[in-house]
Structure formats: structure tokens, C-alpha cells
Design a protein around this ligand. Sequence first.
Ligand code: PAF
Length: 273
Amino acid sequence: MQVVHTIAALREQLAPFRRPAFVATMGNLHEGHMALVRRARPLGDVTVASVFVNRLQFLPHEDFDSYPRTLEADAAQLAAAGCDLLFAPGERELYPEPQTFKVLPDPALADLLEGAFRPGFFTGVCTVVMKLFQCVQPRVALFGKKDYQQLMVIRHMVRQFALPIEIVAQETERAGDGLALSSRNGYLSPQQRAEAVELSRALTRMAQRLRAGDAASIVEDDAMAHLRQRGWQPDYMAVRGRTGLQPPAPGEPLVVLGAARLGDTRLIDNLEV
Ligand code: PAF
């Protein structure tokens, strides 16, 4: 696997290829990222991953400075998973001047759920993803369903800008007990790690109750109360329509999404019903 740190070197390496398959990451990679890379391989003629911790998608009080930067270990994992090219730009390479042009996502999709609790988050995500797309010029890009709203926002962006990129969604990878894999799981103490699975259990119960015909608002309230009772601080436990992430319309396919803080660590997860 080649590792490049500049846009010029990336473009030179990619020149012979017609169909790059791309996985964007912020590093500190785990099995969820490797599943994306393995899925990417047969979809393109070269598999490209990026590692870049994107300042624009962190609020001032969030964990940008402490976000784990583990490039050497990330590169070893990517190489083992069959990635051909790793783009790992420094901040000055991707943002040589303040990024004053930004991609503003549709507030109807981006200002709810995660966007309501992390204002500007999806502007930061869209801006960096658009920039990475310009650098890599992929024909296919893969994103995990773990960040369900991010996947929907990026799909919307690609559609509205008519980008010639197929967006492929990958199922969430989970630990044996059901906890969704996430770089932020590394912040959890052993005790918190044992409790953390309760988020996916709560979502599973929500899905079961919806299938049994219970009303969405009651299912949401009960899940919030359950997590609070166990010492979590939930931001939302929401029942939404799958595509627009709006409150459900009759007959629409549903997804349940949750975000909750356990101690200082904020975890998100979701489940299609
Ligand atoms: O999902 C992530 O890791 C990030 O939001 C992404 C897509 C790499 C943009 O920084």
C-alpha cells in the first residue's frame, strides 16, 4: 500500500485508474472501517482510504484535540485489508487557508437529530467530504450505516450536485454483545463498556415494540426514561422515516436512532425496523 500526504501525490498515484473506490475515515480504525475497505475492493479498480481528523465537524467543546491519532496502526490495518492507497493529509494540506467556502446541507435533513445537538456538524462533514471527493475523484464511495444521518446527508449532497459517485451503504459492525463499533468506544472505562451495550438493546426493544404496533411517541419516551434510569444522558431516542428522517408517515419504512452520553462519552447507534 502506498501512503501519500499531499493532493499532488494522490493525483499522481491515481492517474492510471478509472474507477477509484473510496473510504473516508478520521482514523483510529476498527473492524467497521475494515469491512468498508473489504467491500470497496471489488467495486473499483483501486481502493483508496483517507485518514483526516476534520476540525470543521467538531464543536469547540468537543474532542478534536484528544481524538485518537493512530496513523501507523491505521496504515497497517488498511494494508492488511487490501487497501491500495492511503491519503493522509496534514491539516495545512487540506485547509491551507481558512475554509471559508462551505457546503451547507439542507437544514430539513441536517438540522435535526445529530444536527440539533451538534450545530454545524453536517456542514463540516459535507465540506470535507466534498473536498475529499474532489481530491480522490472516486466512482464509488462507501459509508457505514452506523452514522445513518451522515449517510443520508451525503447521499442528498451527491444527488443535488450531480456528482458521478455511487454511494454504497455498509451495515454496522458490532461487538459480540451488540455494541456498535466506534472509535469513541475507546474512551469508555471497563464498567462503562459493559453498560454501553444498553443503547443498542434499547433500540432493539424500540424496533420490537414498533413492529408490535406501539405508538412511536410512547416508544421514544420509554427508551429515553429507561436510559436515564440507568445513568445515561440521552439526547434523543427517535423513530423516523428512513430517507427523510422525519417523524414517521403511515406505512413508511422506519429507522430508530439514538444518541446518549455515558459519562463523558457520547455514543450513537440506530437500527432499521
Ligand atoms: O464518518 C466519519 O468518520 C467522518 O464524518 C468522515 C465521513 C470521514 C468525514 O470527516
